[in-house]
Design a binder for this molecule. Structure first.
Ligand SMILES: Cc1cc2nc3c(=O)[nH]c(=O)nc-3n(C[C@H](O)[C@H](O)[C@H](O)COP(=O)(O)O)c2cc1C
Length: 189
């Protein structure tokens, strides 16, 4: 497995902004260079759910790009990145990725990640799902993307919401090739 060194993180307007923020914090702690794109709805939700403003959020990334800046480096496959995680991923952005619509920098970067056969993880968040959501998740999976809804596991006996978030984020980081990530392993009963 290749060790990820450059990671694109997209944050959309789905609930669960904490996943994007925790990913940024962990990537920094692990020495991974992050490129951040946040949609306008993402900014709204980061503020609503976590009380962070745009400046505070962008300070967690190494480089931050405006969603309208389709001329940014991460819009091209010639710019080498290792992987992209959309955390959280709204049903709207899922639909755009499923249909190859590079209508903003976030969806363009996701499209590039897929075409370059790099790892793309979508932490989709909605419940319940309608047929369009399910079909879009199937399409993304068929294209090589990884649909990773942040569904907590309880077999590690989490003591707090933080435990649940950290466990999920660590598994995502391991999935994108970060060898230093530390997902909890089930050791058997
Ligand atoms: C408080 C709040 C919570 C939301 N939660 C979700 C959600 O969990 N999943 C989802 O698909 N959309 C959710 N939405 C709606 C999206 O923000 C909306 O569809 C938006 O257009 C997504 O755009 P984006 O993908 O460009 O960020 C939520 C909106 C608000 C204001």
């Amino acid at each position: 497995m290749v060790t990820a060194r450059r990671l694109i993180i997209g944050i959309t307007g789905a609930s669960g902004a904490v996943y994007g923020v925790r990913l940024l914090q962990r990537a920094r702690a692990l020495g991974v260079h992050t490129h951040l794109v946040v949609t306008p709805a993402g900014i709204l939700n980061v503020h609503h759910e976590l009380g962070l403003d745009r400046g505070e959020l962008e300070a967690l990334a190494d480089q931050s790009h405006a969603p309208g800046d389709v001329g940014a480096c991460i819009a091209s496959g010639s710019f080498m990145t290792d992987a992209m995680v959309i955390a959280p991923c709204s049903m709207k952005t899922l639909a755009a990725v499923a249909h190859g619509m590079g209508d903003n920098l976030l969806t363009r970067a996701a499209d590039v990640t897929l075409k370059e056969r790099r790892r793309l993880v979508l932490m989709v968040r909605e419940t319940p799902f309608n047929l369009a959501h399910l079909r879009n998740m199937t399409a993304v999976t068929e294209m090589g993307g990884i649909v990773f809804p942040p569904l907590p596991a309880f077999y590690h006996r989490p003591q707090s919401i933080d435990d649940l978030v950290n466990d999920t984020v660590e598994r995502v980081l391991a999935m994108v090739g970060l060898e230093k990530a530390m997902p909890q392993e089930w050791q058997g009963l």
